[in-house]
Design a protein around this ligand. Structure first.
Ligand SMILES: [Zn+2]
Length: 220
C-alpha cells in the first residue's frame, strides 16, 4: 500500500517518518523511548473490507479504531517502554493514542489549509514540530503544551472570532491518534513530517497560529 497523504500543494513527503511498516508496537515503543511521549492503547478495527466495526462495539462509533477503550483513560497512559510493549503484544491492532496537554498540544486543521500553511512556513524557515495527517482530511501540528489555553486569545488578536475558523487545539484532557493507527476504512494516520532529531524542540503555538489561521480563513 502506498502510504502517502493526499495533498493539493505538493508539500508532503512520504508520510511515515521513514518507518515503512504498520507495526504499531514498534512505533508505540519508539515514541516512548525516543520522544518520552506517553502512550495509550486505544480501540481497533475488527473485520475486513466492507464488514468492519470498531472494537468498542458501537455501530455508529464516530472515531472507529481511534479512541480510548475506557472512560478513565487519563490514568492509564504509560511512559514505560516495557508496559507499552506488553500492551501492544496483547493487542497488536490497538490504536496508538497520545495524551495532549502534557509534553505537547496539537493544532488540528483541515488538510488543505494545513498543506498551504506548511508550505509557507517551511519557505519562511519557521521552526516546526512533527506534523501528522489523518485519513479523514485533517492535519495535526504538534506544539508546546499550553497552546490550547492561548489559542482563542491569539486568534482574536489576529482579527478572527475563535469559533469562526475550522481550527482547534487539543490540550489537557484530550488525545490524538498517532501514526500508524488505522481508523475507519480509509487507512492510517501518517506522518507528514515525522518526529526527528530536527524537530525535537517544539514551537510555541504563537509561532504557528498566524499562518494556520490565515490558511484556514482562505480555505473556508
Ligand atoms: Zn469505537
Amino acid at each position: 500500500m502506498e502510504e502517502t497523504i493526499g495533498v493539493t500543494s505538493g508539500t508532503a513527503l512520504p508520510a511515515n517518518g521513514g518507518r515503512h511498516d504498520g507495526n504499531l508496537l514498534d512505533h508505540a515503543v519508539h515514541y516512548v523511548k525516543d520522544r518520552n511521549w506517553e502512550v495509550l492503547p486505544g480501540t481497533w478495527i475488527e473485520g475486513t473490507g466492507q464488514a468492519f466495526w470498531c472494537s468498542c462495539g458501537v455501530l455508529e462509533c464516530d472515531a472507529p479504531g481511534a479512541h480510548p477503550v475506557r472512560r478513565d483513560w487519563t490514568a492509564h497512559t504509560t511512559g514505560s517502554a516495557t508496559v507499552a510493549r506488553r500492551a501492544w503484544s496483547q493487542e497488536p491492532r490497538a490504536a496508538i493514542l497520545l495524551p495532549t496537554g502534557r509534553t505537547f498540544d496539537v493544532i488540528d486543521v483541515p488538510e488543505t489549509a494545513g498543506c498551504l500553511a506548511l508550505a509557507r512556513m517551511e519557505r519562511l524557515g519557521t521552526v516546526l514540530g512533527p506534523v501528522s495527517g489523518s485519513p479523514y482530511g485533517r492535519m495535526q501540528f504538534y506544539v508546546l503544551p499550553g497552546g490550547a489555553v492561548k489559542m482563542p486569545g491569539l486568534v482574536r488578536r489576529l482579527g478572527w472570532a475563535p469559533g469562526g475558523l475550522d481550527l482547534t487545539v487539543r490540550g489537557e484532557g484530550d488525545y490524538v491518534a498517532a501514526p500508524p493507527t488505522v481508523t475507519g476504512t480509509r487507512g492510517r494516520v501518517l506522518w507528514v513530517r515525522g518526529p526527528s532529531a530536527r524537530n525535537r524542540w517544539l514551537p510555541d503555538v504563537e509561532e504557528l497560529v498566524g499562518p494556520l489561521a490565515y490558511a484556514c480563513a482562505q480555505d473556508a
